[in-house]
Design a protein around this ligand. Structure first.
Ligand code: PLP
Length: 355
C-alpha cells in the first residue's frame, strides 16, 4: 500500500521544547502522525499528515465498549543516526492484542516501513540529550458507530510521536511501589495479556490509593489467591534473592514485556541464575526482613529500568536495598540504555536503524 504524505508547510511547524528533560512525559507531540483506516475487510488510506484531533462518531464502539489497543516504543538519537529497539516485537505484540480483542491484524513489515517513513519526516524531533528519546505510540481503535456490544466493522490505526525525558520525575532513582491487596488487575482468561485500554482504566483506582501514601506505582498480586506477584503498572518486575534473579512467569495475566525479555537474555548471558517462577509476597517480605532480597526492579519501555526503593504492603513501608539502586540493577540499566543509544555493542541484533 502506498503511503500518501500531506506535510505541513515549514512556517506552520511547531516550536520544539527547549529542555525536553523538563517536559512531563507524553505531553508534547510532533508535527505529523500516521493513520490508516480499515473497512470492508481491508486497510486503506495510509497517510502521514498533520498531528490533529480525530473525527469520531460519539457512538464509535471504542468509546463505549473499549475495543482499543496500543503499543509503546522509543527511537533514540546517536548523532545523525536514529535507532529503534526491537521494533518488530511491538508490532507482533500489537497483533496478539488485536487477536484477543477481535480486531484486524496489521502487516508487521508494512508497519515497520510506515514507522521508518514517519521517523524520516520527524527526524529533527528525536532529542539528543542523554536520557531522552522519541516515544512512539501505535494505537488501534474500533470506530464503527453502533450502540451494541460487538466487534467493530471499522477501525483506525495511527501512530503519534512524543519527545520525552525520564518516565518518573525521580529519573533513574529508586521508586516507591504500592502493593494492591484490595484490587486486582487481571484474571486468568481475561485480557491482562493484551495491551488494551481497559486494563489501564482498571488500574486507576488503586493508583490513586498509592498516591495517597506518596507511592508512584502499583504492584499487582494474582487475582485468585492475592498471593503471587504479577507486574507493576507499566512494568514487569524482577526480584533478586541472594544469587537468584526471579521474575513471574508469563501465565496469561501479565504483559509479555519486551524489556523483560531483553533483561532475561542479558542476565542469562552474564551467567546469573535466572528463573521465571511464581514469587509470593510472603517470600518477598520475609526476604526483605532476612536480607535475602538484595535488589528489586521494574522494567518497561517507558521507564527502561526502575529500581524499587520501598514497598507499601498492608499499611506498612518496607525498604528494599537500603532505598538505593542495587549493583545488578545499575549494571542492567547501563547495559540496556548503552545498547539502545548505540553506545554499547549490539550483540543480539536488537537495534534497527532508520536509514
Ligand atoms: C502492564 C505493562 N506491563 C509491562 C510493560 C512492559 O512492557 P515493555 O517492556 O514491552 O514496554 C508495560 C509497558 O508496555 C505495561 O504497560
Amino acid at each position: 500500500m502506498k503511503i500518501e504524505k500531506q506535510l505541513s508547510p515549514p512556517e506552520e511547524l511547531k516550536q520544539k521544547p527547549t529542555d525536553v528533560l523538563k517536559v512531563p512525559f507524553g505531553t508534547v507531540f510532533t508535527d505529523h502522525m500516521f493513520s490508516m483506516q480499515y473497512s470492508s475487510g481491508t486497510w486503506h488510506d495510509a497517510k502521514i499528515h498533520r498531528y490533529a484531533p480525530l473525527s469520531l462518531s460519539p457512538a464509535a464502539l471504542c468509546l463505549h465498549y473499549g475495543q482499543g489497543i496500543f503499543e509503546g516504543m522509543k527511537a533514540y538519537r546517536r548523532g545523525e543516526r536514529i535507532l529503534l529497539f526491537r521494533p518488530a516485537k511491538n508490532f507482533e505484540r500489537l497483533n496478539q492484542s488485536a487477536h484477543r480483542m477481535v480486531m484486524p491484524n496489521i502487516d508487521v513489515d508494512f508497519a515497520l516501513d510506515v514507522l521508518m517513513e514517519l521517523l524520516r519526516v520527524e527526524h529533527s524531533w528525536v532529542p539528543d540529550v542523554a536520557g531522552s528519546s522519541l516515544y512512539i505510540r501505535p494505537t488501534m481503535i474500533g470506530t464503527q458507530a453502533k450502540l451494541g456490544v460487538k466487534p467493530s466493522d471499522e477501525y483506525l490505526f495511527y501512530i503519534i510521536l512524543s519527545p520525552v525525558g525520564p518516565y518518573f520525575k525521580e529519573g533513574f532513582s529508586p521508586v516507591h511501589i504500592y502493593l494492591s491487596t484490595e484490587h486486582v488487575r487481571a484474571v486468568r482468561g481475561g485480557v491482562g495479556v493484551a495491551k488494551t485500554m481497559g486494563n489501564y482504566a482498571a488500574s486507576l483506582f488503586a493508583g490513586t490509593k498509592a498516591s495517597e501514601v506518596g507511592y508512584s506505582q502499583v504492584l499487582w498480586l494474582d487475582a485468585l489467591e492475592r498471593k503471587y506477584l504479577e507486574e507493576v503498572g507499566t512494568m514487569n518486575i524482577f526480584v533478586k534473592f541472594d544469587d537468584e534473579l526471579v521474575t513471574p512467569p508469563l501465565s496469561g495475566t501479565i504483559l509479555a514485556g519486551i524489556t523483560r525479555d531483553s533483561v532475561l537474555t542479558l542476565t542469562k548471558d552474564m551467567g546469573l541464575k535466572v528463573n521465571e517462577r511464581q514469587v509470593s509476597i510472603d517470600e518477598v517480605i520475609e526476604g526483605i526482613a532476612s536480607g535475602k532480597v538484595v535488589e528489586m526492579f521494574g522494567c518497561g519501555t517507558a521507564a527502561i529500568i526502575a529500581p524499587v526503593g520501598s514497598l507499601w504492603y498492608n499499611d506498612k513501608p518496607y525498604t528494599v536495598s537500603n532505598g538505593k539502586t542495587g549493583k545488578l540493577t545499575q549494571h542492567i540499566f547501563d547495559e540496556l540504555t548503552g545498547i539502545q543509544s548505540g553506545e554499547r555493542e549490539d550483540r543480539y541484533g536488537w537495534i534497527v536503524e532508520v536509514d
